[in-house]
Design a protein around this ligand. Structure first.
Ligand code: ADP
Ligand code: MG
Length: 995
């Protein structure tokens, strides 16, 4: 009689189990948690999870996914799909679809059983969005425990998703537990980084399972019920098993059997070795299928009588080599499967893999099938058929939101290509086409391997296939540009030489596309030929679209035209033709309309243009519309985040700070990445500065410094985006040299990104004026030269049709006006006030100009003018919530003893009483006291308040009297009792400048 295989009671592991239970309990208030259970094969990872789930309440839903050891050929996302299948089984289709909300249409991409017709395509970001939404929503119905086993075998997209879940899931009653072997795999890409990252995440627990000690081994043996009686035998068991529970089980199963196994392999095969030959054969058949094989699949690959297979497997189950459930046979442990598989003779292995491949290929299609077929074909050495299966698997992976896997599978197919005689028939496409698909897959996964693939492609696909090579050359240009490489001109020129005079529409299309590419490449290099060539080529593509009777060409031409028009728009933007640019984009929008994704891509450009051209209200409306579409097509995290960011920039410029803040907060919950996140940080800094909240702006900067740094090291266009908010932050913080450094980013750009140059120059002018006032000079540049440099930048930036540039320029002139170039000319500021009032520059700049105008008017003793300007400034600042400017306007009014309309304190000043004064200090005296407390001399006080030193000293005496203080410092010490708390000071001008 065989002993029971497994201990009914789990030995030890109390601490580990407790940690998992605690993590689960913590999720119940809606905060997701994660855990990684790591340890050697057979140590008890799966067992620990079993104990965890056995102890959960009936309301908790457990879903499980298993990764398999197939390397690159693992069906992408299959563990994720298994988890979803469990959820579907528990919740049912209606609930699942309801939870997916607007994205319900995408669910069948993962659960094809729900599809009516062809399942939809899925992009990686949609996949993430969809799963996040589903899991969160379902978890509010029932708490979820999601288990993904053996992630050391996980395919890249599964690992990516898990990383996201462990790090960024913020809401939901969800516990995600993954297990992984850590024997010798930790250093392996990509698992090593995955584990290291998981270890740093606060919400993730790392649980490492140690070997059992001898006492625990004895306990396990007793629980199994076949423990040797003697101490020496128990000690030997502990030693030979190394404290690994699975080996304990296997050693116990030998129970007085023949010779003791000498190697681990022999031990792992011991149970198998005792089976009869027919059962062994069945187990080998199972091992070739994997750790787990469905009953009916096994029956189909088996070539004997069904009854024979059944009895063979019954024997294996009784010997506890294999376990069985409703649907499948599973090895009791993967270690056994690995050992049995290694024991299968090569000839048999090939034959059995071949059978699996043939049977699977006959089965109805379902996700992952192509990858499985490919795996068996490759293992069976069936190169030709493997090629076809790999191509199919690659395409399936791409459509299923797993582009990286698609690239890897496709690369395997390319490697087989030269060995397969009828490769083209097997693959169903040309080699050039396959190369392009693989490059495209890597490229959309953001993987640099795209470049290498194209290099190989160009070395392989010769001029014998001119159209194929030409398209590859074009693709190489696109991919090189997307990775910041150059060389597009040569690539496109070669493509054109390949097709001097195409005879059919397809050839003509390829040529027109290459000409578009050349036009773009030349335009990027600021070659004057570029734009004209691009316009011509766009015309050729348009003609093909209108005229060609070949539907394939029409379709290709449509999408090429969308791309080319969008590029043309960029070129026209460079020429400052707002209307022309919008026209190109309008045409692109009309063509792109059938595909929501392409439409959003065009809208991105429309929005960038509108913002640059200062059409903020329009930008806000377009962004709102695009945001709604992004949500509807399940891209709220990617496109959506971008559209909300655009809307925030528009509302910020319109002076609607509340709306801007709402959108920015929202964007952050969508978890934008890369430059977008840095842009959000920049916008937040700008927002805080607009509110006069210097500390808040500084905190924002500190929190996102790394991001900013990253953005600066990335695309060279990115650092100028951040220069504007950061420069103002430095200026407001009175760090003029650092502010100037931000200005200097201007000269690192051979061609300034549209719309950003003027802003940065305006910033530069403000910094320069402040430096002059303070006698500070930028490092290495005399002040006079600095001004020349700034103004020269504007000359390059100048453009007649770009009205917004003129508005910014008036600001520059005003900042640098007056005899000392410190911005003291009333007339110049009046011009700036008028120009900024056109609402093409942000509302902040208008209010800011009014404050500056009031200031210089006051200095010129135009009290009526100053009162009017500051009143208007006040009104603007109040309307928008520019608290810093409001304070500044009030401060100036106080010092000039002006009464402003709309200022309650000003009215109080009229009456001569300090509103908060219990000690009957006049409002003037309170102002003076403020400055005394700040340590200013009478002379400095006089300068600040536009009064003589003498008058200042009179006020100080009165203050001392009223406070009963005998010295200035005593009075200063009591100031806080008398004065309302003051906001912190910025630059020499109270509140400083800001965006
Ligand atoms: N602490 C334990 N007490 C008793 N049996 C255990 C313990 N840990 C593991 N086992 C048993 O050892 C075998 C291997 O464990 P398993 O959880 O499958 O290992 P892993 O998943 O780490 O490879 C299983 O049969 C399991 O029930
Ligand atoms: Mg396991």
């Amino acid at each position: 009689m065989l002993p029971s295989a497994t201990a009914p009671v789990m030995v030890g592991r109390e601490r580990e189990l407790d940690a998992l239970r605690r993590a689960h309990r913590e999720t119940l208030d809606g905060t997701p948690r994660g855990a990684v259970v790591a340890g050697e094969a057979g140590i008890g990872k799966t067992r620990l999870l079993r104990e965890l789930t056995a102890g959960l309440g009936p309301e908790v839903v457990v879903a499980r996914g298993q990764c398999v050891a197939r390397g690159v050929l693992a069906a992408p996302l299959s563990p994720v799909r298994e988890v979803l299948r469990d959820l579907l089984a528990h919740f049912g289709a209606p609930t699942l679809l309801e939870a997916a909300g607007q994205m319900a249409g995408l669910v069948p991409a993962l659960l094809p059983q729900l599809a009516e017709g062809d399942p939809p395509e899925l992009r990686p970001e949609q996949l993430y969005d969809l799963l996040t939404l589903l899991l969160q929503e379902l978890s509010f119905r029932s708490p979820l425990v999601l288990l993904v086993e053996d992630v050391h075998w996980a395919d890249p997209p599964t690992l990516d998703l898990l990383r996201e879940f462990l790090h960024v899931l913020r809401r939901g009653r969800i516990l995600v537990v993954v297990t992984c072997r850590d024997d010798d795999l930790v250093a392996h890409e990509p698992l090593g980084p995955f584990l290291a990252e998981a270890g740093r995440a606060r919400a993730v627990r790392m649980i490492e399972l140690e070997r059992l000690d001898p006492a625990q081994v004895a306990e396990q043996a007793r629980s199994i019920g076949s423990a040797p009686a003697g101490e020496p035998e128990l000690a030997q068991l502990a030693r030979r098993s190394d404290g690994i529970p699975f080996l304990v089980e296997e050693l116990l199963s030998l129970d007085g059997g023949p010779a003791l196994p000498r190697t681990l392999r022999e031990l792992l095969l011991a149970r198998y070795a005792r089976l009869g030959p027919v059962a062994q054969e069945a187990v080998r058949l199972l091992a070739v299928g994997g750790v787990r094989v469905e009953h009916d699949l096994l029956a189909l690959v088996h070539d004997g009588r069904p009854a024979e297979l059944e009895s063979a497997l019954r024997e294996a189950v009784t010997a506890r080599v294999v376990v069985t459930d409703d649907t499948s046979y599973t090895f009791r442990h993967a270690l056994t499967q690995e050992a049995v598989y290694a024991d299968v003779f090569p000839g048999e292995r090939v034959r059995l893999h071949s059978r699996y491949a043939a049977v699977l290929a006959q089965r109805p299609a379902r996700p992952g099938r192509a990858a499985e077929v490919a795996h068996h074909r490759v293992a069976a050495g069936e190169g030709a058929e493997a090629l076809g299966a790999l191509v199919e698997a690659s395409r399936e992976a791409y459509a299923g939101g797993a582009p990286l896997s698609a690239g890897q599978l496709g690369e395997r197919a390319l490697a087989l290509w030269p060995q397969v005689r009828d490769a083209r028939e097997q693959a169903g496409c040309t080699r050039a086409q396959l190369y392009r698909e693989v490059a495209k897959a890597y490229d959309s996964a953001g993987d640099e391997r795209a470049l290498g693939v194209l290099e190989d492609a160009l070395a392989t696909v010769t001029a014998a296939d001119p159209a194929g090579r030409a398209l590859l050359l074009h693709e190489a240009m696109v991919v090189r540009y997307s990775h910041g490489r150059s060389g597009g001109v040569q690539l496109c020129q070669e493509a054109l030489e390949l097709l001097p005079d195409p005879q059919d529409d397809y050839g003509r299309f390829v040529r027109a596309r290459a000409r578009c590419g050349l036009g773009i490449a030349l335009s990027f290099l600021l070659d004057p030929e570029g734009p004209g060539l691009l316009e011509e080529a766009v015309g050729e593509v348009r003609e093909l679209l209108d005229r060609s009777e070949d539907p394939q060409v029409s379709e290709l031409a449509r999408w090429e035209l969308v791309r080319a028009l969008t590029n043309l728009a960029t070129v026209r933007t460079g020429r400052r033709d707002v209307e022309e640019t919008l026209a190109a984009l309008a045409e692109a929008r009309a063509l792109a309309a059938p595909d929501p994704d392409s439409l959003l891509r065009v809208d991105e450009r429309v929005l960038a243009l509108l913002l640059d051209a200062g059409r903020f209200a329009r930008a806000r409306d377009v962004a709102t519309d695009a945001w709604e579409r992004a949500q509807a097509c399940g891209t709220h995290r990617s496109w959506g985040a971008e559209m909300l960011l655009f809307r925030a920039l528009a509302t910020l410029a319109l002076g609607d700070l509340g709306e801007a803040r709402k959108d920015l907060d929202h964007v952050l919950t969508l978890r934008p990445v890369g430059i977008d996140r840095a842009m959000v940080a920049g916008a937040q800094i700008q927002l805080a500065l607009s509110e006069g909240d210097l500390a808040g702006a500084q905190a924002r900067y500190a929190a996102s410094r790394d991001l900013v740094q990253e953005a600066r090291e990335g695309d060279p266009g990115d650092d100028i985006i951040l220069a504007f908010p950061l420069g103002w932050l430095r200026l407001a913080g009175d760090d003029l040299l650092a502010a100037w450094q931000e200005v200097e980013t201007l000269w690192r750009h051979p061609a300034l990104p549209t719309g950003l140059g003027e802003r940065a120059v305006a910033l530069g002018a403000a910094v320069l004026a402040a430096m002059r006032r303070r006698g500070v000079a930028p490092v290495g540049v005399p002040l006079g030269e600095a001004e020349d440099k700034l103004r020269r930048t504007l000359e390059v930036e100048d453009g007649a049709a770009w009205a917004v540039a003129q508005d910014w320029r008036t600001l520059v002139d005003a900042e640098l006006s007056g005899p000392d170039g410190t911005g003291t000319d009333v007339g110049a500021w009046q011009v700036a006030v008028a120009a900024t009032g056109h609402t093409r520059v942000p509302a902040y700049q208008h209010a800011y100009s009014l404050v500056r105008l009031g200031e210089v008017q006051l200095a010129a003793d135009d009290r009526a003018g100053a009162a009017e300007s500051l009143s208007r400034a006040r009104q603007e600042a109040e309307r928008c919530g520019f608290v810093g400017l409001l304070r500044e306007a009030d401060g100036l009014a106080r010092r000039g003893r002006l009464s402003l309309t709309g200022d309650p304190e000003g009215a109080a000043r009229e009456g001569g009483h300090g509103a908060a004064s219990g000690l009957r200090l006049t409002s003037r005296e309170r102002q003076v006291l403020e400055l005394v407390a700040a340590g200013l001399t009478n002379r400095q006080i006089g300068q600040r308040l536009f009064i003589s030193d003498k008058t200042a000293s009179v006020h100080v005496s009165a203050i001392l009297r009223k406070l009963g203080a005998s010295t200035r410092s005593e009075a200063a010490g009591r100031a806080s009792e008398v004065l309302p708390p003051q906001p912190p000071r910025g630059d020499a001008r109270e509140g400083g400048g800001s965006p």
